[in-house]
Design a protein around this ligand. Structure first.
Ligand code: NAI
Length: 280
């Protein structure tokens, strides 16, 4: 089917990759040509790696890349059956994209957002087709991670949910239907755990390595919560805690002061070279 992906950053390039790998014709829209080129180069590198590991053949990698057309305007989304938005986590930016997608995409086309924490109901309400708006919350890295949280807003039609659940299955993913409440399931459960680990550190209950070791060896988590927080980015963790705190109105979601202090210091985790751990 003809699909569009808006935003070709960390998530958008992975979503475009998987859609193309499974035979869909993808229009990948970025803000400017240099970013289109960068996204396509990243996708090529990742497809080539899959071919080297014999997950797909070299011919399949080449064919997938050919199915992706770069674009710098949403006007190029005319004729798509589905658009998946993966731009910055900023409501004003997403609102503008959804208004334009609603104007350009055919009647009946589905509009999905990969947002981690913005309300699907609120995004849907800026369009004239709220029944066709839905969340498709992929996990990073998209080609490897099986889960897709499929988020239904207040007005999402049951048929929209069914079509997106089937599409996710056809992409080799395991979709899970969830309702549109702050943090959905993934971040509602994960982030308070990370936040609690930061409280444990702040209160001196144990040191960094001990906290991570308890969760790794005791709970069989592949990595400890502080290591994971560094991967996600401490600024992103703080933003999500704020969304939970504000949206659910319960003080059990208050962000840990140490998390705030680290973000204020610019210690954001892997991406800044320093978070709970240091990176070369
Ligand atoms: P990113 O910063 O890597 O990529 C965002 C891209 O959107 C950038 O390349 C930017 O140029 C592009 N963009 C911005 N405005 C645009 C516009 N008007 N038109 C076209 N492109 C535009 O961000 P990332 O991490 O890929 O996140 C995207 C979305 O996915 C966010 O809503 C985020 O919450 C969500 N998400 C992120 C996850 C992650 O682990 N990074 C996991 C799951 C969801």
């Amino acid at each position: 089917m003809k699909v569009a992906v808006i935003g070709g950053g960390t998530m958008g390039n992975g979503i475009a990759h998987v859609l193309a790998q499974y035979g869909h014709e993808v229009t990948l829209v970025e803000a400017e040509q240099a970013r289109v080129d960068k996204a396509l180069a990243t996708i090529k590198g990742n497809l080539d790696r899959q071919a080297k590991k014999e997950i797909i053949t070299a011919a399949q990698a080449e064919a997938a890349l050919k199915r992706i057309n770069g674009a710098t305007s949403i006007d190029d989304c005319r004729g798509v059956e589905l658009a998946v938005e993966a731009v910055f986590e900023d409501f004003a930016v997403k609102q503008d994209i959804f208004k334009r997608l609603d104007a350009v995409c055919p009647k009946g086309a589905l509009l999905a957002s990969n947002t981690s924490a913005i309300s699907i109901t609120k995004i849907a309400a800026v369009t004239k087709r709220p029944a066709q708006v839905i969340g498709m919350h992929f996990m990073n890295p998209v080609p490897l991670m099986k889960l897709v949280e499929v988020v239904t807003g207040q007005a999402t039609a049951p048929e929209t949910l069914q079509r997106v659940m089937q599409l996710a299955r056809d992409l080799g993913k395991t979709p899970v239907a969830v309702q549109d409440y702050p943090g959905f399931i993934s971040n509602r459960v994960l982030l308070p755990m990370i936040n609690e680990a930061v409280f444990c550190l702040m209160e001196g209950i144990a040191d960094r390595d001990a906290i991570d070791t308890v969760m790794k060896l005791g709970m069989n988590h592949p990595m400890g919560p502080l290591t994971l927080a560094d991967f996600i980015g401490l600024d992103v963790c703080l933003d999500i805690m704020e969304v939970l705190h504000e949206g659910l109105g319960d003080d059990k979601y208050r962000p840990c002061p140490l998390l705030r202090r680290m973000v204020a210091a610019g210690h954001l985790g892997r991406k800044s070279g320093r978070g709970f751990y240091e990176y070369a």
